[in-house]
Ligand binder design. Structure first.
Ligand SMILES: NC(=O)c1ccc[n+]([C@@H]2O[C@H](COP(=O)([O-])OP(=O)(O)OC[C@H]3O[C@@H](n4cnc5c(N)ncnc54)[C@H](O)[C@@H]3O)[C@@H](O)[C@H]2O)c1
Length: 280
């Protein structure tokens, strides 16, 4: 199986718009920023570090867009307020917010520490809530908020704090879509499957293999494949998409583990083993 690293995508209505992306220095964040810059967006890229990743500066070069970088810890309410005040000073409408920053934590229920649980919830769930609360007042009709969930938000992935935080983000998405929809502000959530980023570089190999065995497309995803869906949701091409949950996971959650059953039956048939009850 192959995939296309560069996904050309032209969304002309995004040109000249201002959009905030959190966790911009990470794998998917970089791809989202690069695609938005290529579409002429002024991207306010934020992350924990003081400086942007070199890849963000490289993406800005020769693009139609502009990159502005700000250090922001998404779990800090004061940080979000500073960012909102700074954007307000610039006097521009904010078109979009991509709540992309997130951290994994791969402990099970009997092992998870309270401090780790609280940190995961603070970054993965409270962060997006604070971002929407502080930045949506800068938005007008036509604006778009995109939350980055996870396939773990659609199933019982063993990573208890991470999974709970992403299920919570689904609830936040639907509440906000309902409350901001009447203002013409759309809110949606994208659920990545296994995407090749620094976050997954530390994933146990057995987990990688197990997920691949359950993914109908039988490959991992690339950050650009998430960025393409995020950019679509930010654009007018998605003008009537509000409160939607979009898995971008090679069919992993759609199959719901049934790929294992399907493959097992197919393998048995190929080996000429009986696949029907003898009486039928
Ligand atoms: N990679 C995957 O397979 C996958 C699957 C499902 C969901 N996701 C989600 O996609 C999003 C992006 O993940 P990624 O794979 O690009 O991860 P990544 O680790 O490559 O990047 C995450 C970025 O978030 C930043 N970050 C961490 N804590 C922060 C904080 N408190 N404030 C601001 N920034 C912070 C990091 O510095 C990093 O740059 C996350 O929300 C993640 O949960 C990823």
């Amino acid at each position: 199986m192959t995939t296309t690293k560069q996904l050309p995508m032209l969304l002309p209505d995004l040109a000249g718009k201002t959009i905030v992306v959190t966790g911009a220095n990470g794998g998917q964040g970089q791809a989202e920023v690069a695609l938005l810059l290529a579409n002429g967006v002024t991207v306010i890229a934020t992350d924990l570090a003081e400086d942007p990743a070199p890849q963000l500066l490289a993406a800005e070069e020769g693009s139609e867009g502009a990159l502005v970088y700000r250090s922001l810890d998404v779990a800090s309410g004061a940080g979000w307020k500073d960012l909102a005040a700074w954007i307000r000073t610039g006097g521009k409408d904010l078109h979009g917010l991509v709540n992309n920053a997130g951290i994994p934590h791969r402990a099970r229920i009997n092992d998870v520490e309270e401090t780790d649980w609280n940190r995961v919830i603070a970054i993965n769930l409270t962060g997006p809530m604070l971002g929407i609360q502080t930045l949506s007042p800068l938005m007008t009709a036509g604006a778009s908020i995109v939350n980055i969930g996870s396939s773990a938000a659609l199933n019982a992935h063993y990573t208890v704090a991470y999974t709970a935080s992403k299920w919570g983000l689904r609830g936040l998405t639907h509440c906000v879509a309902t409350q901001l929809g009447p203002l013409g502000i759309r809110t949606n959530i994208v659920h990545p499957g296994y995407i090749e980023t620094p976050m997954m570089a530390a994933a146990p190999t057995v987990m990688t293999n197990a997920q691949l065995a359950l993914t109908p497309l039988e490959r991992t995803g690339q950050p650009e494949e998430i960025a393409a869906v995020v950019a679509f949701l930010l654009s007018d091409a998605a003008a009537y998409v509000c409160g939607a949950e979009i898995p971008v996971d090679g069919g992993f959650t759609s199959s719901a583990g049934v790929k294992y059953m399907s493959d097992t039956i197919a393998a048995a048939a190929a080996a000429n083993q009986p696949t029907e009850p003898a009486s039928v």
